[in-house]
Design a protein around this ligand. Structure first.
Ligand SMILES: NC(=O)c1ccc[n+]([C@@H]2O[C@H](COP(=O)([O-])OP(=O)(O)OC[C@H]3O[C@@H](n4cnc5c(N)ncnc54)[C@H](OP(=O)(O)O)[C@@H]3O)[C@@H](O)[C@H]2O)c1
Length: 208
């Protein structure tokens, strides 16, 4: 499968791209195509392109940009029409040493779905730290997937099942994406306030 990672030059995007390159053809998407090509050199078999080129060339598009950077992605609507779009975006802000969820209602994934009509937007990987991919962690993780149909969920689940130690779980329709995204600041705050580390604290990591 051809999978584009929009924001694939970033910390999470690159970690996910590296992982997925074991089984898929990865296209790194960057606002700067030269930066995308440079990042792609370090990812097995990957190529690099601007966001639109990456989205057009792919079967599946992963969005891994900061929440504040989502607005321009509406320009990708035609390129992703009919495609599965997976959002890993968590709208977070730091206030007084505590990570807060920055939306009063809704979710980044639902906002993305409005920007990209005609695509099938789902959440996945929101609650897994990039260290899971970077350090070959052996502790199993649950990947919560919100998607409007079981069929879309299954498409995401098949990608998740292809990664060792990850188990997909259906979290319900996209209206539940906000619940999934809100778990991330809780897990990160628990880890930092209790000194337990992001890979062992939380409701989505399991003992093997
Ligand atoms: N880090 C984690 O462990 C983790 C885990 C789960 C989910 N997430 C989510 O994944 C998303 C990306 O996080 P990250 O840690 O990978 O962030 P990051 O290192 O800052 O990378 C984000 C990428 O987004 C692109 N981007 C586009 N517009 C941007 C803008 N206005 N400002 C900054 N970057 C912009 C940049 O790529 P180009 O400039 O090349 O286009 C950048 O490389 C976030 O929504 C985060 O909540 C992160």
């Amino acid at each position: 499968m051809k999978i584009a990672v929009i924001g694939g030059t970033g910390k999470m995007g690159l970690a996910v791209a590296n992982q997925l390159s074991r089984q898929h053809e990865v296209i790194i998407g960057s606002r700067d195509p030269a930066r995308a090509r440079e990042a792609a050199k370090g990812v097995k078999g990957a190529t690099g392109s601007d966001y639109e080129g990456a989205a057009r060339a792919a079967d599946v598009v992963i969005v891994s940009v900061p929440y504040e950077a989502m607005a321009p992605l509406g320009a990708l609507a035609a390129a992703v029409r009919g495609k599965l779009v997976i959002s890993v975006v968590n709208p977070l802000k730091m206030e007084g040493g505590i990570l807060e969820f920055r939306l009063e209602r809704g979710s980044a994934a639902e906002e993305l779905a409005k920007m990209l009509p005609g695509s099938r937007v789902a959440t996945a990987f929101n609650n897994v730290p990039r260290a899971f991919f970077e350090r070959e962690i052996s502790a199993p993780f649950d990947i919560l997937v919100a998607a409007d149909s079981k069929q879309t969920y299954e498409e995401v689940a098949n990608i998740v099942r292809g990664i060792k130690n990850l188990r997909p779980l259906y979290a319900g329709p996209l209206s539940q994406a906000g619940v999934v995204e809100r778990i991330t600041p809780l897990v990160l705050n628990l880890a930092s306030l209790n000194g337990t580390g992001v890979l062992t604290t939380g409701f989505v990591s399991r003992k093997s």
